[in-house]
Design a binder for this molecule. Structure first.
Ligand code: MG
Length: 337
């Protein structure tokens, strides 16, 4: 196992309700056996107590697990690394991606086929517009002209200014993410009424994750779906959100990889909830891994690789917003030359 850190430079300073960044340091895993290399990526998130250093340390601890054992038995393998990755789920995601990439190559099938999915059913992805000045928001939207749906970040004190800048230049449907930014349920209710009138089709995490009662109150009063993001990490979090949120935003980094994301998809469906597949700022390794599951979801928000200027990899591509899954075995990612 080889573990390295790469700095991903952002095209624009990335601002959401809780932070602002110019780059993202992610950790990459390479697993090699029988001349095949499986790749995985961890995007540590401060919101969940993760860091590059802790992720690196956790990955080093799992090193010996991969020296023996049957990698094709990936579900069994996962049970062995999970105890190590509980506090840094992004590290588990990197391992899961790398093993599945290797398995797909060994069996000669792309991941979507390994999971029995139809690549032609991959959905459109939104392109996300971070919080910025009205001038920059307008410029970003012009750059995103190919995307039929946009995701707009709000949750600071300039929500009205941002939405006005957006609507000045485009009529496309919008999805809005407040990243826990509204702390008062009456404020959140007013904001959602106003957004609904502006053609917003869903609202993600309007209030802090811990405010379940307030969110349930909100849901009874609005007509657009409310989607949980920060309130849900893994499968065991999903049942308590039914009746509070209309759907969940699944991310490989929160879940701990594609295997756990699949469990979440099945649980959410059984509870009649909508499913969004989202991402952190990441290269084409992690975004492609998520894209392989996208035929199963209602909404895709898989643009993390498009927000960076120096993606070291190629993989999933986007055509007029639609995700085009690779046909190559495994993840189907390659190092950019
Ligand atoms: Mg979100």
């Amino acid at each position: 196992m080889n573990v390295t850190m790469k700095r991903l430079e952002l095209q624009h300073t990335w601002t959401i309700a809780r932070c602002s960044d110019d780059f993202k340091d992610n950790v990459f895993v390479r697993l090699e056996r029988d001349g095949l290399v499986g790749l995985g990526e961890a995007a540590p998130s401060l919101r969940y107590g993760e860091s590059v250093e802790k992720t690196h340390a956790v990955l080093e601890q799992t090193h010996s697990l991969f020296e023996t054992g049957d990698w094709l038995a990936y579900a069994a393998m996962r049970q062995r690394w999970e105890p190590f990755t509980e506090s840094q789920t992004c590290a588990g995601a990197a391992l899961d991606m790398a093993v599945l990439d290797w398995v797909g190559q060994k069996l000669g099938v792309p991941l979507w086929r390994l999971f029995g999915l139809d690549a032609s059913q991959a959905p459109v992805t939104t392109f996300s517009i971070g919080i910025d000045t009205p001038e920059v928001v307008r410029r970003k939207i012009e750059e995103a002209a190919d995307f039929p749906v946009l995701k707009i970040k709000v949750g600071l004190d300039n929500d009205a200014e941002i939405l006005k800048a957006v609507r000045d230049v485009t009529d496309v449907p919008l999805r809005v993410d407040a990243n826990e930014g509204w702390r008062d349920k009456h404020e959140a209710l007013e904001k959602i009424y106003w957004l609904t009138d502006l053609g917003v089709e869903l609202i993600e995490q309007p209030m802090p994750a811990a405010m379940l009662e307030e969110t349930a109150w909100l849901r009874q009063r609005v007509s657009i779906p409310i989607i949980a993001d920060e309130a849900v990490k893994r499968a065991s979090d999903v049942p308590k959100l039914a009746g509070v949120y209309d759907g969940i935003n699944i991310k490989l980094m929160k879940a701990g990889g594609p295997q756990e994301a699949l469990r979440m998809i099945h649980i959410a469906r059984a509870l009649n909830m909508k499913i969004m597949l989202g991402c952190m700022i990441a290269s084409s390794v992690a975004i492609t891994a998520a894209a392989h599951l996208s035929p199963l979801v209602d909404y895709a928000d898989l643009d993390g690789n498009l927000l960076i200027a120096n993606d070291p990899f190629t993989g999933v591509t986007v055509d007029q917003g639609r995700l085009i899954l690779p046909d190559r075995p495994g993840l189907g990612v390659a190092e950019r030359i």
